[in-house]
Write a protein that binds this ligand. Structure first.
Ligand SMILES: NC(=O)c1ccc[n+]([C@@H]2O[C@H](COP(=O)([O-])OP(=O)(O)OC[C@H]3O[C@@H](n4cnc5c(N)ncnc54)[C@H](O)[C@@H]3O)[C@@H](O)[C@H]2O)c1
Length: 460
């Protein structure tokens, strides 16, 4: 099928490349002309493992093109995926101006098309979008548009695998033709007809993804409800970590046992510095504001936001407690991205921590395997160094803020010798407290106090 993708960010590039790999003809567009030039030069503006290979194959097969001209992308398409950003406004509500802008451009076309919201949007945006398309289209003497919602659940860092092997594909539609088209678009994914870059030579046999057909409002709600619930789980684990620090338990032992209960599940129970990125924080805020606006008390989400923001205060308190005076101390920072395997620093807790350290006049040196360039753009006054050993050299403290696997593999014995004071605050509970202390570090993390009781968890 001929498809257009509007917005060449994380979601647009993954969606466009994977659907082209699955056999569709995709033209992708963005209003950032520099981004289009980068893409047309064969380079990626983002770091996402495996995306380069999928994109290259699709382009070589002539199934994926990039253009800065929205009308050209949309003109020949039978269905259009809107993948533009929906950042938070000052009020916490989602800024839908990019969606409105795109609606105007699509409406200028005179042929009826299926317009699919893939961006994360509050419930009832679909209705507004349909209305806007038809109002703007009337000026152009134009056509009737159909609208659908198809929320995206990919995770940065594993986005290609997530797109090809989703747990579920949710489509919110209001007519049979839209459902038919979306089934057609996703048929190759549902039937496993694509070259999977994640599993070679072939994907393991498994369950086909569930294909859920809902109303548009339900599909919109599903995305916000899922992200909010994930944030809530993390916040819960973080409060448990605080309790463990007071009572002498070990949060990892607690959450591990909790996660073995299939009604709870083990994921998103990691205590530490809290969540960040371009999804969870803004989606929780937007969901909460949506509830408020509609007279529904969702204090639970307000608390989730509050607890999450408080994690940074807790870390700063640990830093102050350990260093006594922060001013002029040399602090090394390991990790800037909001999570491992991405270069995305939007709403990354690490960025806020560095800002706070700077506000207290610490001398900050920082590193990240792939996010230095993006961090440099938002953090003036920081010395960025690629080599983590040079970040640690002569430092009064080292803060581990993103749990990259590389950091677990560092030669910590060497680091211990080379720091001015071997003090590590592990804000992601990535390292073993007993091993770090045995090496001679002063070591702190979240919810794993030194004198915790050590009951044994017996596993099969
Ligand atoms: N990043 C994720 O992990 C993720 C996962 C699921 C859903 N989402 C949702 O998907 C949406 C996009 O997220 P993202 O991370 O890809 O954002 P992004 O900022 O990386 O990409 C958005 C792109 O849209 C472009 N754009 C903005 N306005 C435009 C316009 N008027 N015309 C054409 N292009 C325009 C921007 O230049 C940018 O390249 C958001 O609503 C987000 O909440 C993101």
């Amino acid at each position: 099928m001929r498809l257009a993708v509007i917005g060449c960010g994380y979601v647009g590039l993954v969606t466009g490349s994977c659907l082209a790999e699955a056999g569709h003809d995709v033209v992708a567009t963005d209003n950032d002309q520099a981004r289009i030039q980068t893409l047309n030069a064969g380079r990626l503006p983002i770091h996402e493992p495996g995306l380069d290979g999928v994109m290259e194959r699709a382009r070589a097969a002539g199934r994926l093109r990039f253009t800065g001209n929205c009308a050209e992308a949309v003109g020949a398409a039978e269905a259009i995926f809107i993948c533009v950003g929906t950042p938070p406004l000052e009020s916490g509500e989602a800024d839908l101006s990019a969606i409105d802008n795109v609606a105007r451009q699509i409406a200028a076309l005179r042929s009826p098309k299926l317009v699919i919201e893939k961006s994360t949007v509050p419930a009832q945006t679909g209705q507004q979008l349909r209305r806007a398309l038809n109002v703007y289209g009337r000026d152009a003497g134009g056509a009737i548009f159909r609208v659908a919602s198809n929320p995206e659940f990919l995770r940065e860092g594993t986005a290609i695998g997530d797109f090809f092997h989703p747990d579920r594909i949710v489509i919110g539609v209001e007519d049979q033709e839209s459902e038919r088209q979306l089934r057609e678009i996703y048929r190759p994914i549902l039937e496993g007809r694509f070259h999977c870059p994640v599993h070679q030579p072939s994907c393991p046999a498994g369950r086909a993804p569930a294909f859920l057909v809902t109303t548009i409002a339900s599909a919109e709600l599903i995305k916000h409800a899922s992200n909010s619930f994930l944030g809530l789980k993390i916040a819960y684990a973080n409060v448990l970590a605080d309790l463990c620090e007071r009572l002498g338990g070990d949060v990892e032992e607690v959450t591990r046992a909790m996660g073995m209960d299939p009604r709870i599940g083990p994921q998103f129970l990691n205590a530490g510095l809290g969540f960040g990125g371009f999804c969870l924080p803004k989606d929780i805020q937007a969901f909460n504001r949506l509830a408020e606006r509609n007279g529904v008390d969702f204090t639970l989400l307000k608390e989730t936001e509050r607890i999450n923001k408080g994690r940074i205060d807790q870390l700063m308190e640990k830093v102050r407690k350990a260093l006594w005076v922060v001013k002029e101390k040399k602090i090394g920072v390991l990790g800037l991205a909001f999570k491992p395997n991405t270069d995305d620093v939007r709403f990354a807790p690490a960025i806020e921590v560095v800002r706070r350290l700077q506000a207290e006049r610490a001398v900050v040196r920082a590193t990240d395997p792939v996010a230095i360039e993006k961090a440099r753009a938002v953090l003036p006054g920081v010395e960025f160094i690629e080599d983590p050993y040079r970040v640690a050299l002569g430092a009064d403290a080292l803060l581990l803020l993103t749990e990259w696997a590389d950091y677990r593999q560092l030669d910590w014995k060497r680091i211990c010798k080379e720091m001015a004071r071997p003090l590590v605050i592990d804000a992601r509970n990535a390292l073993s407290p007993s091993e770090m202390r045995a090496l001679g570090f002063e070591y702190d993390s979240f919810g794993r106090p030194e004198l915790s009781a050590k009951p044994t968890l017996v596993t099969a």
